[in-house]
Design a protein around this ligand. Structure first.
Ligand SMILES: Cc1cc2nc3c(=O)[nH]c(=O)nc-3n(C[C@H](O)[C@H](O)[C@H](O)COP(=O)(O)OP(=O)(O)OC[C@H]3O[C@@H](n4cnc5c(N)ncnc54)[C@H](O)[C@@H]3O)c2cc1C
Length: 369
């Protein structure tokens, strides 16, 4: 293996993995990103759908926007802004009371600046995964990460058994890689075994997530009965948030597109009843209808949509932060970083901070070789 240029595998192209890959590549590391999904973004994905008349509609069905408090993250986002990957979403924010059916607390703009990727939330991860020094491979699930003690390298094996190559270091950017859920969903052992590092294993035991459904709706005409373009639901145990996706800057949809998020309690009820395996089309249709009914019951004058689809996010929001100070989990002896929002905070900013920390640890380690 060529020691002059270190090779790192990043598992996952969500924002933590993409930031980690970009920072490593900028510092001369040769990076390969492996992503199970068809495209980049993870929970910052954008969904493209074709509606009946052949028109394309787009939905940010994961994170609708993000806010920033940290100065390092702000300088990174300013760089993305100068590359036109990100912009501010200057919209009024409100709340609808499901009992009175009235909009309350409408603000001109939220208290924090709301940032969105352009033309979709996934644009940032997409651009970072195309940077010089980064090779991204989509539609590939890493099924096994083997540490070869004799060679001091990682060997990655795909879910279908294909050899994905050997690497000097690994950044695993999803808790799923070490989680028992991997076994619940696939019937196979999780790709990464951390039992040889009890400290890491103990921290990872603390990780837990809550789930959520996202409802994607497209309408022929703008929903003029709604005074704001993003709002929360008060007194609903079904719906939590609604966002008018097509009102974000630079969007490509010609129809009025909305994304609604369920409450965590609603998602829990459905998952308890139907289990964690891949939801069937009929289950997702049933969920979509229930969420739409709650929307129409709460907000008067909502017509039938021309497109409706639900998506389940099994691990939408982590409820713990297992590496708040260090910002990622790190095994120096194996040049292994585990990063993601679950290390810092349940949002895009937390994931960015974690990806940066993972890259910093790996770079420090390579500089000492
Ligand atoms: C519905 C919803 C609403 C949200 N709202 C907001 C919000 O308003 N503001 C905000 O800041 N944040 C919000 N978030 C949270 C935010 O999206 C996440 O905190 C952030 O995107 C997490 O990024 P990540 O890189 O840690 O993980 P992820 O985005 O989950 O990335 C992990 C990636 O790893 C891939 N992967 C996993 N295992 C493997 C494997 N074995 N092989 C290959 N690839 C693998 C996955 O496919 C995934 O793409 C929201 C999230 C959801 C779901």
């Amino acid at each position: 293996m060529d020691r002059a240029i270190p090779k790192v595998a990043v598992v996952g192209s969500g924002i933590s993995g993409a930031v980690c890959a970009s920072v490593l590549a900028t510092n001369g590391v040769c990076v390969t990103v492996f992503e199970s999904g068809r495209g980049p973004g993870g929970r910052m994905s954008q969904r493209k759908e074709i509606i009946e008349d052949g028109k394309k509609v787009f939905f940010d069905h994961g994170a609708p926007f993000f806010t920033i408090r940290d100065n390092d993250v702000m300088s990174l986002v300013c760089k993305w802004e100068s590359r036109a990957l990100v912009t501010q979403w200057k919209e009024s924010f409100g709340c609808v009371d499901c009992v009175s059916r009235k909009f309350v607390d409408n603000e001109k703009e939220g208290t924090n600046k709301m940032f969105v990727g352009v033309p979709g939330m996934n644009s940032i991860c997409g651009a970072l995964c195309c940077e010089h020094g980064v090779e991204a491979k989509f539609g590939i699930t890493v099924g096994k990460l083997n540490w070869l003690e004799d060679k001091h390298v990682w060997e990655l094996i795909g879910f279908d058994g294909q050899n994905l190559g050997q690497f000097d270091g690994v950044a695993a950017s999803d808790y799923y890689v070490v989680s028992p859920w991997f076994t619940d969903v696939t019937g196979k052992k999780p790709p990464l075994d951390v039992t040889s590092n009890p400290e890491l294993a103990l921290k990872l035991q603390e990780v837990s997530f809550v789930s959520c459904f996202a409802l994607m709706l497209a309408f022929e005409e703008p929903l003029s009965s709604i005074p704001v373009r993003s709002f929360s639901f008060k007194n609903s145990d079904v719906l939590r948030w609604a966002f008018c996706d097509s009102s974000k800057p630079g969007r490509l949809s010609s129809s009025e597109c909305w994304v609604l998020h369920s409450t965590e309690e609603y998602a829990k009820r459905v998952i308890t009843q139907f289990g964690l395996r891949m939801p069937s089309v009929s289950l997702l249709s049933k969920v979509a209808e229930e969420l739409l009914q709650e929307f129409q019951k709460t907000v008067l004058g909502i017509p039938q949509p021309i497109f409706i689809k639900a998506h389940r996010w099994d691990r939408a929001f982590p409820t713990s932060a297992v590496a708040r100070e260090e910002k990622c989990l790190w095994d120096i002896s194996k040049r292994l970083a585990i990063c993601g929002d679950f290390c810092v905070s349940p949002d895009v900013e937390g994931a960015i901070l974690s990806g940066m920390a993972a890259a910093r640890n790996l770079l420090d380690c390579f500089n000492c070789l």
